[in-house]
Design a binder for this molecule. Sequence first.
Ligand code: SF4
Length: 330
Amino acid sequence: MSHLVDTFGRVHDNLRISVTDRCNIRCYYCMPEHATDFQPRSEILTFEEVERFVRVAVGLGVKKIRLTGGEPLLRRDLPVLVEKLAAVPGIRDIALTTNGVLLEGLAKPLYDAGLRRINVHLDTLDRERFRQITRRDDLDKVLRGIDACQELGYGPIKINTVAVKNLIEPDIVPLARFGRERGIEIRYIEFMPLDSQSLWDLNRVLLMDDMIAMLTREIGPLEAIPDQDPRAPATEFRFLDGVGSVGFVASVSKPFCLNCNRIRLTADGHFRYCLFAIEEMNVKAMIRGGASDAEIAEAVQANVRAKWIGHQINSAQFVPPPRPMYAIGG
Ligand code: SF4
């Protein structure tokens, strides 16, 4: 089995697959209220095309899959895709990131299809603030979705919270308390320049160290969990009182690109070696153009070999990617 190794020696075995660019909420730091630039259905990869690409990727050493969006639960019959991918020999782990609005109704079919790991994007437990951030009134649905996953035995369940400064501060501690009570890890993700309205600014990023200080002051001391996988995007901490843990994806303040093992496939079939990549490779055109698995594998390997050292968020040369987050997938 050949592997996806770049010129920095990084081995890529974690494939993130976006299954749609559409979403049923409108987080103001991600998508405009009246977003319309979604891909037509004909441009979205079919389940068979996704499965074929995954088989090629497994041949190149991919072991882990994360399904994302937009909002992946909007994709009809998603449990069918999960079942197909869970059956691909060599795939050891399938996870999903969702906003949880449709989760209550799909938790069981997805579980029966083989899904076990889930991240729910939730920035607040306050109904009014949820409405302010997402421009939808769906907090209750999200919480019922989390309940359903806990009842079914999903694990681990994590909550992803986008840490936007001057917005999320009142929620940092209540979310951590919720996680401690429910045995759910809260993942605070530093706000990244991937929004479609260029709202991002370094001064709008709530930094990992600031959040640690807040949690330590309000709840109690934290310590880094030892022996963490250096390739994992989040740095995990546990409370010294033994109750619960939190994680920080500190892409801005503590970039972790030198250990990156992630590659991406967009819903419309473009391969990206990095979340912030400027160039991308059109896998869909190869698949629909009659390319063989070997030709696709070779093209993917060549693309990864050309992978840059990492994002340039903190440099004056930084250029945002040509696609917003919802058209790439988390
Ligand atoms: S920014 Fe790109 S290189 Fe860095 S960790 Fe994310 S995907 Fe990997």
